[in-house]
Design a protein around this ligand. Structure first.
Ligand code: FES
Ligand SMILES: [Fe+2]
Length: 333
C-alpha cells in the first residue's frame, strides 16, 4: 500500500517540474469556417460578429453578395459596423461615406476629386474570402491573410434533394477548436464519459488536409477537411445518417460549435425510415439535446480542462498524438 502511495507521489513530482498548464495555448488555425447561415444575412443587412479573435463586420450587398471585413475604416478608423450601411454593392462608412466592396476595394469617396492612387492598385480594407455553399456563409481565415488553399468539399447530404431537411444545433464552447476534434479519436472516453457499452476500436489516417476515422468497423466514419468541417456518417445495414459539424473559433479560447443532422428520405413507414429516425434522434438527442447527453457531457470537460502538451497516454487511448500532428499543419504561429 505504501509503495503505491510513493509511486503516485513520484509521478506527481516528475510532472510538477513542468510549467503551469494553460487552458488554451494554441493560436487560431487557418481554414474555411462556418460564419453564418445564408438565410440569416439578408440583402442590405450588416452586423457585427466576433470570430478568430477579433471583431468583423458581416454584410450582404443589395445585389446579394456576402462579405466579411475588418470593422475599422482605413480612412480615419471609424467602426463601420456602428452606423455604417450597405449601399448597392458596397458597405459605406458612417464617418465620411467612403465605400468598400466585399473584397475590400474602395469603390467611392463622395467628396474626393482624385481617388488616392493606392485605391486603384489594391483593396485597402481587410476582407476575408467568402463563399456560400449548402446555405452556409464560409469565410477563409488565415492570420497572414493568405489566399484559400482548398475548396469546400462536396457534401451530398447538404447539397442535393433526397435528404430530409437538416436539423440544426449550435453551442458555445469555452475551449479551443482542436480539442473538439480530438474527441473523435479519444475512443476511451466514449465508454467512461458517454457510457458506451464498449470502447470502440478505430483507425485514423491523415491525408494532407483531410483526416479519416473508421470506428467500430465502419459504424462511424469521420471525414474531416481542414479544421472547420467534419462529416460523420453512422451506418447500420442499409441505413446511413449524417452529422456535419462546423466548429468556428471565436477566439483562441472560445469556439462556436454548429451541427446539422440528416439522412436520406426513406419510404414512408418502412423499417429503414424507422431505424433512420431512431438513429438520428439518438445523435440529435446526444448532440443537439442541450440538457443531457453527448455534447453536454463533453462540455463539462471541454469548458474546464487544461491542455497537456505532452500527455501521459496508455495503450487503450486513441490516436491522440496523430490527430495533433495532423491538426498542427493549420497553425502558422
Ligand atoms: S473614417 Fe471611414 S470614411 Fe472616414
Ligand atoms: Fe465526446
Amino acid at each position: 500500500m505504501s509503495r503505491v502511495v510513493s509511486d503516485i507521489r513520484g509521478a506527481q513530482q516528475d510532472r510538477s517540474g513542468s510549467p503551469p498548464l494553460e487552458r488554451c495555448p494554441l493560436p487560431v488555425p487557418f481554414g474555411w469556417f462556418h460564419v453564418a447561415y445564408s438565410e440569416d444575412l439578408k440583402p442590405g443587412e450588416l452586423r457585427n460578429v466576433q470570430y478568430f479573435g477579433q471583431e468583423w463586420v458581416q454584410f450582404r450587398t443589395e445585389t446579394g453578395e456576402a462579405g466579411m471585413v475588418d470593422p475599422y475604416c482605413p480612412h480615419l478608423g471609424a467602426h463601420i459596423g456602428h452606423g455604417g450601411k450597405v449601399d448597392g454593392d458596397s458597405i459605406r462608412c458612417p464617418f465620411h461615406h467612403w465605400s468598400y466592396d466585399t473584397r475590400g476595394w474602395c469603390t467611392r469617396i463622395p467628396y474626393a476629386k482624385v481617388m488616392p492612387p493606392v485605391t486603384r492598385r489594391q483593396p485597402i480594407l481587410r476582407a476575408l474570402p467568402v463563399v456560400e455553399q449548402y446555405g452556409i456563409v464560409w469565410a477563409w481565415y488565415h492570420p497572414h491573410g493568405s489566399a484559400p488553399q482548398w475548396e469546400i468539399p462536396a457534401i451530398p447530404e447538404l447539397g442535393s434533394d433526397g435528404y430530409i431537411a437538416a436539423r440544426r444545433g449550435e453551442w458555445p464552447v469555452n475551449t479551443f477548436i482542436q480539442e473538439l476534434g480530438e474527441n473523435g479519436v479519444d475512443f476511451a472516453h466514449l465508454k467512461f464519459l458517454h457510457h458506451s457499452p464498449i470502447i470502440p476500436t478505430g483507425e485514423c489516417r491523415a491525408d494532407g488536409i483531410r483526416w479519416h476515422v473508421n470506428m467500430a468497423n465502419g459504424y462511424i466514419v469521420i471525414e474531416q477537411t481542414g479544421p472547420g468541417l467534419q462529416v460523420v456518417r453512422f451506418t447500420k445495414g442499409k441505413v446511413v445518417t449524417t452529422m456535419v459539424s462546423y466548429p468556428t473559433p471565436v477566439s483562441r479560447s472560445r469556439t462556436v460549435m454548429r451541427m446539422s443532422f440528416t439522412h436520406p428520405v426513406y419510404a414512408e413507414d418502412s423499417a429503414e425510415a424507422k431505424l433512420a429516425a431512431d438513429m438520428l434522434q439518438e445523435q440529435v438527442g446526444q448532440g443537439a439535446g442541450a440538457e443531457a447527453g453527448f455534447e453536454s457531457v463533453d462540455m463539462i470537460v471541454w469548458n474546464n480542462k487544461c491542455y497537456r502538451d505532452s500527455p501521459l497516454l496508455c495503450d487503450g487511448d486513441g490516436e491522440i498524438l496523430k490527430w495533433r500532428r495532423y491538426f498542427s499543419q493549420f497553425y502558422v504561429e
